[in-house]
Design a protein around this ligand. Structure first.
Ligand SMILES: Cc1ncc(COP(=O)(O)O)c(C=O)c1O
Length: 379
């Protein structure tokens, strides 16, 4: 199943139907490069080989559903806060469905990414300082509300909380079911929660014993760690996205930027496919999962390609300036019994997955929510 038939069946006018065959339909690659240790191999879904990258699936889904409900009028502007990848996806969806796109980013957005977004016809609004409470994400949302207030008919998809974001990944699930004979372990990076939430349902219906591993950034609040300034973009968040389905994960791993850089560079040199922070992080964890239980079939999603990251992940000066030194790579993650047991500063695994904003009582203690810092002060 691709999105094209869904759109053709719907009552939504498609401005540029010739673009639809470019969406999704991405290949899976068998990855065997040492990451950094030898492993039997895993499958990677190469989303950068579809137009607009992984987030184009979510973007087309959100805009189509909003059009169908009448929340987005034909030709009306779409406004979203993004650190990049969703911007590309929305630029694609805007062209498909005929909507101008306004993106609220921040000055941390890589110059090449800004240029790319403008090249695809999006208008950029950049905030130049983080909010005192809530960091860059809060500053972008404040500006987004200003843009919404002054733009007639503007529509905000709200990728963090919109259920049509996960729904956009049904097409990816259907592709994976067609591409893989069997699947034991799915490894997903988590940012808005969209692709993990969207994939798990259909994949578990096909393979009921499927184990799901979430991969987050160190310093991210999503799985109950304290929010800190983060270097890695894409995965992780300083807020608590409504689309993250904590209950679907069997375990969570936090990965640090130096580990992601090492994995990205090894992938690029040894497998010719690579990506950015989230790709490096999921590759590291997928290789470990394949090695930890020989015989298991492991698959992951590489959300985008390497080009956006030439000035960061693949730039020696950037890595040196940020202290991302090539150190002896770990063979396995550190284990912690609970997200609150210790703060992850490098690759760390936890088999207890909690929703930090759900009022779940912990034995002998206060509700977990009481231990979670307000989403402030972080990037
Ligand atoms: C490059 C990249 N990787 C991974 C993710 C995480 O995906 P999701 O938002 O579906 O959880 C994002 C989300 O913004 C992203 O931009």
């Amino acid at each position: 199943m691709t999105l094209a038939p869904l759109l053709h069946r719907s009552d939504v006018t498609v401005a540029n139907p010739d673009l639809l065959p470019l969406l999704g339909r991405t290949p899976v690659a068998r990855i065997r490069t040492d990451l950094p240790h030898a492993h039997p191999g895993f499958w990677a879904k190469l989303e950068y080989l579809g137009a607009g990258g992984m987030k184009a699936r979510a973007a087309v889904s959100m805009l189509t559903a909003a059009r169908r409900r009448g929340e987005l009028r034909p030709g009306a502007p779409v406004v979203e806060s993004t650190s990049g990848t969703m911007g590309i996806g929305l630029a694609f969806a805007g062209q498909v469905l005929g909507h101008p796109v306004v993106l609220v980013g921040d000055t941390e957005l890589e110059p090449a990414m800004r240029q790319l977004l403008r090249t695809y016809g999006a208008r950029l609004e950049l905030v130049d300082r983080p909010a005192a409470q809530g960091g860059w994400q809060a500053a972008r949302i404040a500006r987004l509300r200003e843009v919404l207030a002054r733009t007639e008919d503007a529509y905000w998809p709200d990728q963090y909380n919109n259920p049509d974001n996960p729904a956009g990944y049904r097409s990816m699930a259907a592709e994976l079911i067609g591409q893989l004979d069997h699947l034991d372990v799915l490894v997903c990076s988590v940012g808005t929660g969209g692709h993990s939430a969207g994939l798990v349902g259909p994949l578990r219906r096909r393979w009921p014993r499927l184990k799901v591993i979430g991969v987050d950034s160190v310093g991210s609040a999503i799985f109950g760690q304290p929010a800190r300034p983060r270097l890695m973009r894409g995965l992780g968040s300083s807020i608590h996205p409504g689309n993250v389905r904590h209950r679907v994960f069997d375990e969570v791993h936090w990965v640090g930027p130096a580990e992601a850089v090492d994995a990205c560079r090894r992938l690029a040199r040894g497998s010719f496919v690579s990506g950015g922070w989230s790709t490096g992080a999921v590759a590291l964890v997928s290789a470990w999962a394949a090695r930890a239980e020989p015989g298991t079939v492991v698959a992951t999603v590489f959300p985008d390609g390497p080009h956006r990251y030439l000035g960061t992940v693949y730039d020696d000066d950037f890595c040196h300036a940020h202290g991302l030194k090539a150190t002896a790579p770990a063979t396995r993650p550190l284990e912690i019994p609970h997200p609150r047991a210790a703060e992850a500063v490098g690759w760390t695994r936890c088999r207890t997955v909690v929703d930090p904003v759900a009022p779940v009582p912990v034995p002998g203690g206060a509700p977990l929510a009481a231990h979670v810092p307000a989403p402030g002060g972080a990037v």
